[in-house]
Design a protein around this ligand. Structure first.
Ligand SMILES: [Zn+2]
Ligand SMILES: [Zn+2]
Length: 182
């Protein structure tokens, strides 16, 4: 743990259950060894809505966060419960500035119910925590990893998310350590 370094804040965008925010907070504190404060919620910005797709543009949500964020935390993770996309991707589980300060995750496609399966609260919360650790990893400059069990593996399905461990492979862990020394 690096004392006092790299503080993280979690920014709810819209109403997010406290239990879920606490689960994400615990994972981020555990994995990154940083404090992870939970900020008061902000409304999801209307400017990010794409009516033709009935989704929100993740890039615009991050742009909104850069304007609304408090100055102190070194990194801020947005958490929203709306479907996210980019101009070229039909959906994203999250998005981040590589080597930057902001990231965002969406809860929409992480619930088993989204795939016609019975609700599973613990599985859902675990997926949310994995998405949070992954997107914040990008802000520390990490890119995608080829190891399917590494948290930085890029997957476009929840099955892939479930195969990942909630930790970095040795190679990504080393890159993270190097990034945090700077
Ligand atoms: Zn990624
Ligand atoms: Zn890795």
């Amino acid at each position: 743990m690096l004392a006092g370094a790299n503080d993280i804040a979690i920014q709810p965008l819209g109403a997010i259950r406290p239990e879920l925010l606490a689960r994400i907070q615990a994972s981020l504190q555990n994995i990154y060894g940083s404090t992870a404060a939970i900020l008061p919620p902000l409304k999801i910005p209307r400017e990010a809505w794409i009516a033709a797709r009935q989704q929100y543009d993740s890039t615009k949500i991050i742009r909104f966060m850069t304007r609304s964020a408090p100055a102190a935390p070194e990194r801020i993770l947005g958490v929203c419960d709306v479907d996210l996309c980019t101009p070229i991707l039909t959906f994203v589980f999250g998005a981040a500035e590589v080597g930057g300060r902001f990231a965002v995750i969406s809860l929409q496609r992480l619930r088993p119910e989204a795939y016609g399966l019975p609700a599973d609260r613990l599985l859902f919360m675990q997926r949310c925590a994995k998405a949070a650790v992954h997107e914040l990893g990008h802000t520390f400059g990490l890119r995608h990893c080829y190891r399917y069990d590494c948290i930085m593996f890029s997957c476009c399905s929840v099955e892939g998310t479930d195969l990942k461990q909630e930790r970095f492979c040795p190679r990504c862990a080393e890159k993270l350590r190097d990034a945090r020394k700077c």
